[in-house]
Design a protein around this ligand. Sequence first.
Ligand SMILES: Cc1ncc(C[n+]2csc(CCOP(=O)(O)OP(=O)(O)O)c2C)c(N)n1
Length: 199
Amino acid sequence: MSHWAESYPLHRRDVAKTLLHAREDMLIITGLGSTNWDFTAAGDSPRTFPLWGAMGGAVSMGLGLALAQPDKRILVATGDGEMLMGIGSLATVAVQAPKNMSICVFDNERYGETGMQMTHTATVTDLALTAQGLGIKNAAVIKDESELKAELQAITHGDGPIFRVIKVRAEPLDFVLPSKDGVHLKNRFRAELLGPGAV
Ligand SMILES: Cc1ncc(C[n+]2csc(CCOP(=O)(O)OP(=O)(O)O)c2C)c(N)n1
């Protein structure tokens, strides 16, 4: 079993900050677990929808949003465990090919929330190659800050679907929880996107 992830240079909270800094009016779906805490720590926003459950559903939710809102840019930021659980959704993204959608997997090679058990990516599984095999040709791995900087424009404005695995350090961090009120989270997102009449 590989423990290399404990010394990967990228820290997930910094990655979330960098992506938020570049977001402009991008809509962001975060997967349950650490990406929720990362994006809340970096700056909660009504244009961010944190999933509290539905493990494996983040990409499907982002795809629905991307198809319904073709003029808006959509980012799904989720964990490797969450992505592995919903891996089939990438095949549907590939077939639908939304130009306005990017997916960033924060890959710490661990199931963080449940105690840092190793996921498949700690050993032999390569999510970027998997995405390519499922039909998302623009898929790659980001391993350090210079690669992240170089990829920001593609993630925020490039021709989707874009899939990036961001290798982040496996590190235990404080929980920074978004609101647990799902109705509130849904309503604030809908109001931000569609106006107050949508709630
Ligand atoms: C269907 C389902 N199975 C298991 C869980 C328990 N669970 C919650 S978060 C999580 C791990 C998430 O791991 P990952 O997506 O890699 O996130 P990170 O390591 O970044 O926190 C698990 C197993 C769940 N919420 N739902």
